[in-house]
Design a protein around this ligand. Structure first.
Ligand SMILES: Cc1cc2nc3c(=O)[nH]c(=O)nc-3n(C[C@H](O)[C@H](O)[C@H](O)COP(=O)(O)OP(=O)(O)OC[C@H]3O[C@@H](n4cnc5c(N)ncnc54)[C@H](O)[C@@H]3O)c2cc1C
Length: 306
């Protein structure tokens, strides 16, 4: 039986591990993708105290190495099913392993939203990307579109404007929801155009690579459809909770964020939540790390006294 299993090796899960390990608890961390989570894809992290500017991957690697040195066991596999309501918690992994544990910390962050249009899934990695900083270099001097309406789409377009030839931002509504200072920078860029009131209805490709999109524009019920020739599409339509497998076990809001008290403990004794997955007013690395510290510390108390 494990002492503590942590789901997710983002900033929250890794920090929880540091606090639990230093309290003498044995820690196993399950991670389905890359350590660092969303933090690993940040181009420049400039609002975390102590680092004026650091890449997300360097920041994540530093925490990962610290956790490894403290003796955590990492399993790079996805948790696909959980039974958490009894004293003994059971977790099923996609590699076939079954883990039993006295306590569990859920730090599974958020998952990307998708457009859901035909062609999106088929061409992911073949012209469809969700990460400008990871994949931008593959689109040097190309014509691309970015889709979304908030800060991320503007940041992505600005980043890509230094690499790509021409960028069209496709916005579903009639305005951007980004911060004014970002919009001001965007307006000064000569190779970025914004298309408002528009949805992407199909992503089309040839020889297994994206080469067109079909878009539909609706201005005051005047609907037009168009095909644009493109070399790639970056999708930045936001994130949502990863809550499905926990439904009917852990209390969550209608939107799927876990509810917890100040100790990060949920309605189930021995199950803690940390980071972006829980209800909170600000989802950032600083707040994920704060949650991780509390959840790691409180789970160690739980294991010690139960
Ligand atoms: C593009 C972008 C830019 C950002 N810029 C900033 C910034 O400048 N400053 C800032 O402070 N914050 C920024 N953020 C937000 C910040 O990255 C997040 O708030 C932070 O990473 C949340 O940490 P977390 O550990 O809660 O979740 P995450 O970082 O999402 O980590 C969760 C981890 O859990 C894993 N996981 C999920 N489900 C499972 C499962 N079933 N089994 C196993 N593993 C699982 C995921 O693979 C992931 O690695 C940015 C986010 C994005 C996307």
């Amino acid at each position: 039986m494990n002492d503590l299993v942590i789901i997710g090796a983002g900033p929250a899960g890794l920090t929880a591990a540091i606090y639990a390990l230093r309290a003498g608890v044995e820690v196993t961390i399950c991670e389905s993708e890359m350590y660092g989570g969303q933090a690993s894809i940040i181009d420049k992290l400039e609002n975390y105290p102590g680092f004026e500017s650091i890449s997300g991957i360097d920041f994540s690697t530093k925490i990962y190495q610290q956790v490894e040195k403290l003796g955590a066991k990492f399993i790079f596999s996805k948790v696909i099913k959980v039974c958490l309501t009894e004293k003994k918690k059971v977790l099923y992994l996609s590699n076939g392993e079954i883990l039993e544990s006295k306590a569990v910390i859920i730090a599974n962050g958020l998952k990307r939203r998708v457009l859901g249009c035909p062609g999106e899934q088929e061409y992911t990695g073949r012209g469809v990307s969700y990460c400008a900083t990871c994949d931008g270099a593959f689109f040097k001097s190309k014509n691309i579109v970015v889709v979304g309406g908030g800060n991320t789409v503007v940041q992505d377009a600005l980043y890509l404007s230094n690499i790509c030839n021409n960028i069209k931002i496709i916005v579903r509504k009639d305005k951007l929801r980004a911060e004014n200072f970002l919009i001001n920078i965007l307006n000064k860029k000569s190779n970025i155009e914004i298309i408002f009131n528009t949805n992407i209805i199909e992503i089309i490709g040839e020889n297994n690579i994206v080469n067109k999109i079909r878009i539909k524009t609706n201005v005051n019920n005047n609907i037009t459809e168009k095909i644009l020739d493109i070399d790639g599409i970056f999708i930045a339509v936001g994130y949502e909770p990863n809550c499905e497998m926990f439904r009917n076990q852990i209390s969550m809001t209608e939107a799927g964020y876990f509810v917890s008290d100040e100790s990060c403990e949920t309605n189930i004794p021995g199950v803690f939540v940390a980071g972006d997955c829980r209800t909170k007013p600000l989802r950032q690395i600083a707040t994920a790390i704060a949650d991780g510290a509390i959840a790691g510390n409180k789970s160690a108390d739980f294991i010690c006294y139960s």
